[in-house]
Every structure is written in structure tokens, then in C-alpha cells.
Design a protein around this ligand. Sequence first.
Ligand code: SAM
Length: 282
Amino acid sequence: MTWFEETLHAHLRQRFRVTREVYRERTGLQELVIFETPFFGRVLALDGVIQTTERDEFFYHEAIVHVPLFGHGAARRVLIIGGGDGGCLREALKHPVETVTMVEIDRKVIDLSLEYLPTISAGAFDDPRTRLLITDGIKFVHETAQSFDVIIVDSTDPQGPGAVLFTPDFYAACRDRLSEGGVLVTQNGVPYLQPAELQESYRCFRGLFDEASCYLSGVPSYIGGPMAYGWAVKGRHYLPFDPAVLRARVAAAKVETRYYSPEFHAAAFHHPPAIRRLLADA
Ligand code: SAM
């Protein structure tokens, strides 16, 4: 029997039973592996770290996309940094947006996800509202003159090419690219195992933005407890969310979801004491 062992955490390892390795390549930026499993379907790993699985991708993609988009309520221009598998793009395009700009550093992740994990993007790369750019996210936010209502950072963990997407310099450039009332959401790892990842982002957000927080949700293939998404707003306060307002937005947009709900959205910002303490100590 073959197993894939993830190498993300120092003190805890998860293994996936592998029925077949589908693809493996050093792309020049990272080692990409796609393998098939009996339970999670096909799985994408980069540099030994699980990125997404066919079976549970919706937990993550719906949480990282619908919370900022329904929370903002009138986003027209969306920017996704990273997200090569196309899952965030697919969910963002369910909203009445004008454009979704996606900036991914590694074209290979997109091409191989399209070939071997096509249900994750589900045609999103062909949508006329999609603007795809292959470049480093930090370079893009420094150089573009465009502004965005929502920026979603669907990055790898802070190692390899993703490390720059966790820096104060990157967050400040994101703030400058947001419109008034604009929302920045970042993937911030699993705080029980990676507390510094959330604390460092939160410390930057507190200094740079008018509203800074995080929200929590579970993703089965990201082990170690609920994962945290960083939340930062320019020029406005949205918290706390009223589920009734969110329900009206979901109904108006006719967005169908499997994980996201207005009640989940509002509850995800009510932190357990341990997370409150982590943020207070940041
Ligand atoms: N959901 C995943 C997770 O939390 O593990 C992230 C998935 S997505 C595949 C991550 C993407 O970020 C990868 O395709 C990677 O190439 C991209 N990426 C990493 N560093 C980047 C950078 N500096 N600029 C743009 N994209 C980057």
C-alpha cells in the first residue's frame, strides 16, 4: 500500500492512502504532485503540502470567497492572488462581479489543475469576466494602478514562492489597491499548530487597516483544528455581521453553496477564548 505523507508540520504528520500517482513535476518554482486516493479523490500537493482535494475543496473555497464577497455586499472588481487550482475563481464568479483578476505565479499549477482536476475550476478560466495574469502577486500589487473591492489571497503556506505573501510590505500594497470599504482576506493556516502565522498577519492588519480580525472554519484535509482566514477592511467596519442581511444578499445573488451559509458567516467571527487571547497577544 502506498501513502503520501504531508511534511507541513514539525510535530504532526498526516498521510493519504494513494491508489495512483497521476503526475509529478518540479515546475521550476515548486514540486507539484497530483495523486489519486480512495476517499478524497484526486489531491494536489505543492512542496509536500496539501493544497486541495476533489472531495473537500468546497469547505475552503466557499469560506475564503463568500465571506468577503457577501460581507462586502457590492463587490464589482475582485482580485485573487494565487489560487492556481481555480476553485476561488469558480466561487467568485458566482457573484454579480464585473471582473475577477487572478494573479498566479506558476502557470503549471493552472495547466495541470485544468488537465487533472477540471471539476475544481469548472470552466471558470473561460468566463469572459476572468482576467488571468502569470506573475508574482507582490509584483502585481506594487505595479498595478487598478483598485479592487475584494482581494483574496489564496496562497501556499509561508515558504517557497508564497513567503512574500505574508509580509507587511505585501499587506500595505494590498491596502493601497483596495477601494474604500474594500476587504482583504488571507489564508492564515491552522492557528493551533501555526499560531505565528495568524498573529503576524493580524499584527500587520491592526496597524494598516480600519478593521482587523479573522474568521475560522474547518477544512478536513488541513489537519490540526479549524483554519483561520485573516480579515482586513479599508475605511469601514462590517463586524458583527447580521445573518438577516447576509440572507437577503445570498437570495438576491442566487448563489448555491454546500458549506457557506449566512449563519456560518456570522458565527465564524465569534472566536473561542484561546483565539481571542492569541489575537490580543499578537
Ligand atoms: N488552498 C491552498 C492552501 O491553503 O494550501 C492554496 C491553493 S493554491 C494552489 C496556492 C497557489 O499560490 C499556488 O498555485 C501557488 O503557485 C500560488 N502562489 C504561491 N506564491 C505566489 C506568489 N508569490 N504570487 C502568486 N501566486 C503564488
